[in-house]
Design a protein around this ligand. Structure first.
Ligand SMILES: [Fe+2]
Length: 248
């Protein structure tokens, strides 16, 4: 495994993006365990899991190029600079975010921007859309009544974020909760009102939709539902359940 693949896999795993038993491009869990002992030298911006135009017509190529190549790349670079200066580049990202109150604003803004976008790219897929199934659908139905009611509530939350921020579905105190954060705050951070484990997120910064939708944020939110990667969200839910069972 080359260095880039190792670091990428480590980042995804630390963020709960990889289920331990699954194989990631030929990387077995056994090798993963061994690799985790190696020290990280920087946070890597993982490769986009699909082509820039793969989400069209819902999310356009130009937006994806700018969003990934400019915005996410910039957060990644600035996060690395700040993390190296503080000597925390070897720490798991989830630990950095969970203790973000003790770090400078640069970690909050750029560490959040780095992690939020790593999650967000995986929340979407050219094969996405539709509805979830199985345990995830059961849990959504229990909490919100139906998938349609959930989407309406999530869309309303995303639509009313004032200025720049994110909408989230999180697990808080064993329950599904819709929440929002300002700027690049992440629900794992110890400074947000609703702390929890992120299952689904939507970027509602203008840079995420202005090229295609201008000021029509609700058009972008509607388009998002056509590309939501429910398989990924389900894997995150399964990962959380496994962790919760181990701590019971
Ligand atoms: Fe963004």
């Amino acid at each position: 495994m080359d260095k880039r693949t190792f670091i990428k896999t480590g980042v995804l795993s630390a963020a709960g993006l990889v289920v331990s038993s699954m194989t990631v491009k030929g990387v077995t869990s056994g090798i993963l365990k061994k690799s985790r002992r190696r020290k990280r030298t920087e946070f890597i911006q993982p490769k986009l899991p699909y082509a820039f135009n793969a989400l069209e017509p819902h999310i356009d190529r130009h937006t994806m190029e700018l969003h990934y190549n400019m915005h996410h790349a910039s957060y990644t670079q600035k996060f690395n600079e700040a993390a190296k200066e503080l000597g925390i580049v070897e720490k798991p990202i989830r630990h950095i975010l969970a203790g973000v109150s003790k770090y400078p604003e640069s970690i909050r803004n750029n560490g959040g921007g780095y992690m939020n976008h790593v999650l967000f790219w995986n929340m979407m897929s050219p094969n996405g859309g539709g509805s979830p199934s199985g345990l995830l659908l059961d849990a959504i139905n229990r909490e919100f009544g139906s998938i349609e009611a959930f989407k309406d509530k999530f869309s309303a939350a995303a639509g009313t974020v004032f200025g720049s921020g994110w909408a989230w579905l999180i697990i808080k105190d064993q329950r599904f909760v819709i929440t929002t954060t300002q700027n690049q705050d992440n629900p794992l951070m110890d400074i947000v009102e609703n702390q929890g484990y992120p299952l689904l997120c939507l970027d509602v910064w203008e840079h995420a939709y202005y090229v295609k939708n201008q000021n029509r944020r609700y058009d972008y939110i509607s388009a998002f539902w056509n590309v939501v990667n429910w398989d990924f969200v389900s894997r995150r839910y399964a990962f959380w359940q496994k962790k919760a069972a181990n701590h019971a």
